[in-house]
Design a protein around this ligand. Structure first.
Ligand SMILES: *Cc1c(COP(=O)(O)O)cnc(C)c1O
Length: 248
């Protein structure tokens, strides 16, 4: 293949990929005895251009995940221009620096990567500011990012810090604690990893019954995550391919 595919080729490609991802989710739900309606599909669009996101919007997807604040902010604006009238929802799924809380506060639907009280405080401050200025409505739903292996370099809060962070977040007016997000560690057995994640999510719900979201599972392990109770799979590669935006 040479050069960029045409918009029509890309559209056909995305239609096929989306059908395969939906089938994989349906199969995993059937195998786990769960209703497909319990599992949301979050399309991780971090590496693809706004034009592709606009196609996914046209194909009926509503929820998109990004992991870099600046790239996301630009894409949010471009998609709004390319798909006027659509109301895409933007989820933040990557490490967020505290000084970027202000960049995401006006448009982000949910931040899934809260792993410290300081980040929670920065988001709380910027969300309350954005609400005051009429840039957004209501508190920001957040998930705590749980680290299965406790390796601080890869983000996430370890098991022994989870309860304290949850208590802190639930005391902030600008945030709403909705649940847990986790990534299976590279090289780990996903079955064991997601069993551990499910136990952490269950412990969180014991203290905070409304924190029911479990964001777990990506292209390669969504079936295992669904078996362990995931309510939201974050799918990038399987849905959008390896196509990369030029690095900025
Ligand atoms: C990139 C990314 C995904 C999607 O991963 P794929 O393997 O491409 O499906 C999911 N979650 C997070 C946090 C990511 O950074």
């Amino acid at each position: 293949m040479s050069g960029r595919p045409t918009t029509d080729e890309r559209r056909e490609d995305l239609i096929r990929r989306l059908a395969r991802v939906r089938e994989a989710i349906a199969r995993a739900c059937a195998a786990a005895g769960r209703d497909v309606a319990e599992v949301d599909l979050l399309a991780v669009t971090k590496t693809i251009p706004a034009a592709d996101v606009a196609i996914l919007v046209e194909l009926g997807l509503t929820d998109f995940g990004e992991n870099r604040a600046q790239e996301a902010a630009e894409k949010v604006g471009e998609v709004a221009r390319l798909a006027p009238g659509a109301a895409p929802r933007w989820f933040f799924v990557g490490g967020l620096q505290r000084n970027k809380a202000r960049v995401v506060a006006p448009w982000v639907t949910r931040v899934e990567s809260v792993d410290s009280a300081r980040l929670a405080d920065a988001l709380d401050t910027q969300v309350r500011r954005a609400v005051e200025q009429g840039e957004r409505e209501g508190p920001l739903p957040v998930l705590l990012q749980y680290s299965v292996d406790g390796d601080p370099a890869r983000g996430g809060v370890a098991r022994d810090g989870l309860a304290a962070l949850a208590a802190h977040v639930s005391g902030l007016d600008g945030l709403r604690l909705d649940g847990l997000m986790a990534v299976a560690p590279l090289g780990a057995d996903p079955d064991r990893a997601f069993a551990d994640v499910a136990a952490a999510a269950s412990a969180l719900r014991d203290d905070h019954p409304s924190a029911r979201v479990l964001s777990a599972g990506m292209s390669g392990d969504l079936d295992v995550a669904i078996r362990h109770g995931s309510t939201c799979v974050r799918v990038g590669t399987a849905l959008v391919g390896e196509r990369r935006l030029a690095s900025r």
